[in-house]
Design a protein. Structure first.
Length: 527
């Protein structure tokens, strides 16, 4: 990078900080800080939902998969997410919005104490927070790895720089700052992605054209949808995992739906995000699929291929823009995760631990201060974990993202997400806690020996799939064997499962035996 590239990078950081400061004026209370007060336009929510869904791991770990295996990087990653978000547009997005508009909650998990009980809420909250610290740590490590390729800064320095800038704008402006910076980041990434695509195709044209390139031995098997460890079972497991994760299991995604003005707007934002997931990753992946013809990766997993390609092919100025594109995705995901974790801790965890924290829900000033302090603490912890991502425990970035996050997401997300739906009304606290605990145990058994060493005798697809499958079977099965559908829980489900007009036609609205129709079902949707 030269002076022009650094100018682009510094200008980007300056704009992100300015947006955060401007957003500060829109934050008057806790609802504004965590759910934008339910005033976020559906199109902004949709773009924010999409941008907060992936990070620089796209340009490192998944770039390595694209370099090694080709098209399977899209088929077994972006495609399952796109399908999952599309299905969730009717199943989950409206219900998540009604958590805010009808139950008046500011945290995605706040409804769990009534849907199940406080121990269930705390189990899901604590395990989810710990997982997110590791997950975001992997994202910091990914962007710091890319930054080191271009600038020569150390891993620790890269983590501190990106984390500090993110902390400034998301702590000051809350969810409004997250969404508005993500809009700016989307525009930047659009320009950077198209620039890289154009340069890569130009280089290929000078080598004889795309047709000749596709026949190259270096791209042998790159057109296969399933390759290496990413086979059919992995795809099916990932589809279910992403269905839960990107429809609220990853709490920051739930906040985007909660922030819109109505259930209908939440559905529209999900549809927009799904369209972007179908289309945009293809634009980003094409240069990665062609990368074996353009560069030679130095790392065994090929995770440095995209960075080397940008460094060798792009002119100065555009190089800075692409580096900014790397930051845009990472900072979008990490800042939104920080806001979600702050919401869960201040609204769900702290009031159970400390009596004085119970006043945060009514005391606007103290609630905002607590939310902002928690945001900073979470970012600091995740940055500390980031320095250990390449340790033997985590192995590498892609292992953390695929094995840890995908493997653990199912047991944590299933009780939260399926608990929104009427067909699973019989599953109560027993089903939720059992499925969560046994699912986590299954993750440990298929990934580690009793001496905590990594297992190599279980295929990746089963390491990812089994914890989720175990949790899903137990959650549903125990609900039938030991139903706990009390009148109070049925009434809560009625509030989040009926349309804004009270018609009850949303999603899979099945009749609930013995449940009366709630009067005033429309509720204060715009509140």
């Amino acid at each position: 990078m030269n002076g022009l590239d650094w100018t682009v990078l510094v200008a980007y950081f300056g704009v992100m900080t300015a947006i955060g400061i401007w957003s500060h004026k829109r934050v008057d209370d806790v609802s504004d800080f965590f759910t934008a007060g339910g005033r976020m336009p559906w199109w902004l929510s949709g773009i924010s939902h999409h941008m907060s869904g992936y990070s620089a791991v796209m340009f490192t770990g998944y770039a390595g998969i694209a370099y090694t295996y080709g098209v399977t990087s899209y088929v077994t990653w972006a495609l399952p997410i796109a399908i999952g978000v599309l299905l969730g547009a009717k199943l989950f997005a409206p219900r998540l919005n009604r958590l805010r508009s009808r139950l008046h909650v500011a945290s995605p998990l706040e409804y769990l104490k009534d849907r199940y009980n406080v121990p269930t809420q705390q189990a899901l909250a604590w395990s989810g927070m710990l997982l997110k610290i590791v997950d975001v740590g992997a994202k910091w490590a990914a962007i710091a790895t890319l930054l080191s390729v271009f600038t020569g800064v150390t891993l620790t320095q890269g983590i501190v720089i990106t984390g500090a800038i993110t902390a400034v704008y998301c702590t000051i402006g809350g969810l409004w700052a997250d969404a508005l910076t993500e809009l700016g980041q989307f525009v930047i990434q659009l320009l950077a992605g198209i620039a890289m695509l154009a340069v890569a195709l130009h280089e290929i044209s000078q080598q004889g054209g795309l047709g000749k390139a596709l026949d190259s031995p270096k791209l042998h098997g790159h057109a296969d949808g399933f390759a290496g460890p990413y086979l059919t079972v992995f795809f099916i497991a990932y589809l279910f995992i992403k269905l839960f994760e990107y429809n609220g299991g990853m709490w920051n995604q739930a906040q985007r739906y909660m922030a819109t003005g109505s259930a209908r707007d939440a559905s529209r934002s999900a549809l927009l995000s799904a369209v972007l997931w179908f289309v945009w990753p293809v634009i980003l992946f094409i240069p990665m699929w062609l990368s074996p013809l353009l560069v030679t990766a130095q790392k065994p997993d090929g995770s440095d291929a995209y960075g080397l390609m940008a460094e060798q092919l792009l002119p100065h100025g555009l190089l800075g823009l692409v580096v900014v594109g790397f930051f845009s995705h990472t900072m979008a995901m990490c800042s939104s995760d920080a806001n979600a974790i702050a919401a869960v801790f201040t609204r769900d965890v702290a009031p159970v631990l400390v009596r004085t924290a119970r006043t945060w829900k009514s005391d606007t000033r103290r609630g905002l201060i607590a939310g902002r302090v928690t945001t900073v603490v979470f970012l600091a912890l995740s940055m500390a974990v980031a320095t250990q991502v390449n340790s033997p425990t985590f192995k590498d970035i892609i292992t953390v993202v695929i094995k840890w996050v995908a493997g653990l997401m199912g047991p944590i997300a299933i009780p939260f997400i399926l608990g929104l739906l009427r067909p699973f009304r019989r599953s109560g606290p027993t089903a939720a806690l059992t499925s969560w605990a046994v699912g986590l145990l299954a993750f440990f058994l298929v990934n580690y020996h009793l001496n905590f060493s990594q297992r190599t005798d279980v295929k990746l697809e089963y390491q990812v799939a089994l914890p989720m499958a175990v949790s899903l079977v137990l959650y549903i099965g125990i609900g039938f064997i030991r139903p706990e559908d009390t009148p109070e829980r049925l009434a809560l489900l009625e509030k989040i499962n009926t349309d804004d007009d009270g018609s009850g036609a949303a999603g899979v609205a099945l009749p609930v035996p013995g449940a009366r129709e709630e009067e005033g079902a429309t509720g204060p949707v715009g509140s």
